[in-house]
Design a protein around this ligand. Structure first.
Ligand SMILES: NC(=O)C1=CN([C@@H]2O[C@H](COP(=O)(O)OP(=O)(O)OC[C@H]3O[C@@H](n4cnc5c(N)ncnc54)[C@H](OP(=O)(O)O)[C@@H]3O)[C@@H](O)[C@H]2O)C=CC1
Ligand SMILES: O=C(O)[C@@H]1CCC=N1
Length: 269
């Protein structure tokens, strides 16, 4: 799976929360640490312990550069790798907002660029990454990136770059919405008198189990919800609150995803 990467090397520009989640997934899947070069000014203790080349001289022509710095740091960080531009090194960006055109401007118009949005469940091989390449990426390049990304979860090719803002707002930021759901459920359990430990254990297992069931089941999430809801039972009482037209989940989630989509567009402006 990692043959080209093993022979030519993989460079990570920035290795914070997202870069580390991806690297952790790749190392677990058998990518040798010796094939990885990381540039990051303040590496974490976890990163220091992985045996990758850390802030060392970079390989001459890596197969792929993963750009995982914050969009706000891009101006400072990216020009360091300009020497790889206009060649056959693939630039795989995970930065929210930063457009393909921006990479082409900084690195050279002929640079093969893939813009993608992964998410942090990549650390356990359960991520999903939306991706789209520029015109200098051929099918082999896209497949190389997809092979790498499929080691940390699912991949989905987008039809156009315009979809990226909504994908960022859904699956990129989405894990945070789910973690917040766990926090909110745990707090609600505590409000009913359960201990913090019991309440958190119930919330985590319920969200984790329901998520897995939704992914694995042949039934739709709607049917799975109906399966839980006994007529005039406890679930129905809760859903009357959660599915309320004006203050329920749907309106709240639509506003949240709308705010994230707008922010993604702003980051790219
Ligand atoms: N976190 C997530 O769930 C997701 C993040 N992304 C994208 O991933 C990118 C990184 O986000 P995230 O990992 O959360 O952010 P982090 O701040 O955790 O990671 C960015 C890393 O880049 C380092 N860095 C800063 N300046 C430079 C530089 N000049 N050269 C090399 N490295 C540098 C930072 O070091 P230091 O901390 O010392 O400044 C940090 O370790 C962002 O563009 C974000 O949009 C995309 C999808 C999901
Ligand atoms: O919050 C952010 O901007 C990044 C992009 C998606 C998830 N984290």
């Amino acid at each position: 799976m990692f043959d080209t990467i093993k022979s030519r090397g993989l460079v990570l520009l920035g290795c914070g929360k997202m870069g580390s989640a991806m690297l952790e997934g790749w190392l677990k899947q058998g990518l040798p640490a010796a094939s990885v070069w990381v540039k990051d000014p303040f590496p974490s203790d976890w990163l220091k312990a992985q045996g990758v080349h850390l802030n060392e001289a970079l390989p001459e022509s890596p197969a792929l550069v993963l750009v995982a710095v914050k969009p706000q740091m891009m101006e400072e960080a990216l020009p360091v790798l300009k020497t790889y531009g206009n060649g056959d090194t693939i630039f795989l960006s995970v930065a929210a907002g930063t457009t393909i055109a921006h990479y082409e401007n900084v690195l050279g118009a002929q640079t093969p660029v893939i813009r993608s949005i992964p998410n942090t469940p990549a650390a356990i091989g359960r991520g999903i990454t939306g991706l789209i390449g520029n015109s200098h990426i051929d099918e082999a390049g896209l497949q190389l990136a997809e092979n790498l990304l499929s080691a940390i979860g699912q991949t989905v090719r987008l039809d156009n770059e315009g979809q990226m803002d909504a994908v960022t707002a859904m699956s990129g930021s989405g894990p945070a919405y789910v973690f917040h759901l766990i926090e909110a459920m745990a707090a609600a359990g505590e409000a009913q008198g359960l201990s913090p430990e019991l309440s958190m254990a119930l919330a985590k297992a319920t969200v984790g189990g329901a998520g897995q069931l939704a992914e694995d089941s042949a039934e739709t999430p709607t049917q799975l919800r109906i399966n839980v809801t006994s007529p005039n039972g406890t679930t129905q009482a809760a859903l009357e609150v959660l599915m309320d037209d004006t203050r329920g989940f749907p309106v709240l989630m639509r506003d949240a995803v709308d705010a994230a989509t707008k922010r993604s567009k702003e980051l790219g402006a």
